[in-house]
Structure formats: structure tokens, C-alpha cells
Design a protein around this ligand. Structure first.
Ligand SMILES: [Cu+2]
Length: 234
């Protein structure tokens, strides 16, 4: 990859990270029917980047809250943390990426290259604490794949306003309400990150993939997407 494309990816990464989390809109006097309805979304999780991993996910969403979500994954890099998120973008294709999005033609779709398909992070599916995009790479709070598998669940995750989600306005902020509605409509994409390209048993910098395009502090192996599925009502 030449320096120019590294810089371009860096800028995209900043856009991806630039996410605000505050200000949930004022309480609505009357909820629309669709907001009152509890929606159960499921995703079949399929491998990306030839990770060999797979899984299923179920999310129960009511209004602006994920009442319950569970993710069952297998075939992941063993005993390693796996960042996992719900991605969504108003301008995104709302689907899983293919190698057509491999902009620098290096044979893998990294997290930034996948954004046109799945959009930026709107929820961090971690094990404790803050679940906003601000936590998207805090690998200390994501599930660890014992022997390559995990069963994750969490209750009562609130959607938040997220900048950079492609809505009209200077910073492209989608409100919690707008984002929740899109997720209920089946436009959210669940992505699990982290795969071991060189199969040496750990995420490392000393392979052709090198450092992550998102942060120099993590190897690309820790952040590249490994599994993906669209959360839809079926
Ligand atoms: Cu993600």
C-alpha cells in the first residue's frame, strides 16, 4: 500500500471513530405503532476474509432499546478478544462486504474498506460498560473466544445519536430514534472482528497485514472483519 492510500485510510478511520454519544432526544408524547412493536431480528453470520468462522445472532428491539441480544460464534481465532458491533449507515448498502470493496487490492477487506457495505459502528456489543461507538476498539471489554467459540448475551442496550452515519447535516449525525428505526427495519449489520491470517495462534504485527488501518496500537489481525450477517426480521 502506498503512503497516499495509508493517509486516505487514516482519514476514513478518523471519520469512523468520530462518534458522539450524548443527547438522546426529548421523550415523545406519542410513540408510533412501529416503535411500540417489539421486533425480533436474526442474523446468519458468515465468514469474511476466509476466516472459517460462523455463527448466529438474535436481537430483540423495542423502540430505542435492544432489550436482549445474543451472539453465538464458532471457528474464531481461539483465546483471543473479538470486537463485535452493529454497523449501520444511512448511505451504506446495509449488507456484508465482498472482495469488490478491496480498494487497495491486497486480497482482504479491512474494516474501513467494508464501510460502504455495512456503514460505521452504531453499537459496541461488549461485555460491560459503555456500548456506544466510542468503545468500538476497547478489546478489553469484548468477548474472548475460548477454543474459538463464544456465546454472548446482553440486555437493555440503548441506541444513541451517532455522528458520521450519513444523515443530512454537517457531521452526518443520525439520532438514536432514526438509527433504531433503521435497525428495526433490518438495515443493521452485525460484524465480528479479529482473525489470525498466518495461523500462528495470536494477533501479531509481523506479517504482511501489519498494523490496523484503525489504530497503530493493534495489528490488522485484531480488527479485520471475520464474520458478518444482516440483522433481519425473518
Ligand atoms: Cu465492527
Amino acid at each position: 500500500m502506498n503512503r497516499k492510500s495509508v493517509v486516505a485510510l487514516g482519514a476514513s478511520a478518523v471519520a469512523l471513530i468520530a462518534a458522539t454519544t450524548l443527547a438522546v432526544g426529548p421523550a415523545q408524547a406519542h410513540n408510533s405503532k412501529s416503535e411500540e412493536k417489539t421486533v425480533t431480528l436474526t442474523a446468519k453470520l458468515k465468514q469474511l476474509n476466509a476466516s472459517g468462522a460462523s455463527g448466529t445472532a438474535t436481537a430483540v428491539v423495542r423502540g430505542e432499546t435492544i432489550k436482549h441480544i445474543e451472539v453465538h460464534a464458532r471457528g474464531l481465532t481461539p483465546d483471543a478478544p473479538h470486537a463485535q458491533h452493529i454497523h449501520y449507515g444511512e448511505q451504506a448498502m446495509n449488507e456484508c462486504p465482498t472482495l469488490k470493496l478491496d480498494a487497495n487490492d491486497d486480497g482482504r477487506v479491512n474494516t474501513v474498506e467494508g464501510v460502504p457495505a455495512y456503514g460505521p459502528v452504531v453499537v459496541s456489543l461488549n461485555t460491560s460498560g459503555d456500548t456506544t461507538p466510542a468503545s468500538f476498539l476497547d478489546v478489553t471489554r469484548f468477548p474472548v473466544s475460548k477454543d474459538g467459540s463464544y456465546n454472548y448475551s446482553r440486555h437493555n442496550i440503548k441506541f444513541t445519536d451517532v455522528a458520521g452515519t450519513g444523515y443530512p447535516g454537517a457531521d452526518g449525525t443520525g439520532t438514536a430514534k432514526q438509527i433504531a428505526e433503521a435497525i428495526r427495519d433490518g438495515e443493521g449489520v452485525l460484524v465480528i472482528h479479529g482473525l489470525d491470517y498466518d495461523e500462528n495462534g495470536t494477533y501479531n504485527f509481523s506479517n504482511p497485514e501489519g498494523a490496523s488501518e484503525l489504530t497503530p496500537d493493534l495489528p490488522a489481525e485484531a480488527t479485520d472483519p471475520a464474520v458478518c450477517g444482516v440483522l433481519e426480521e425473518r
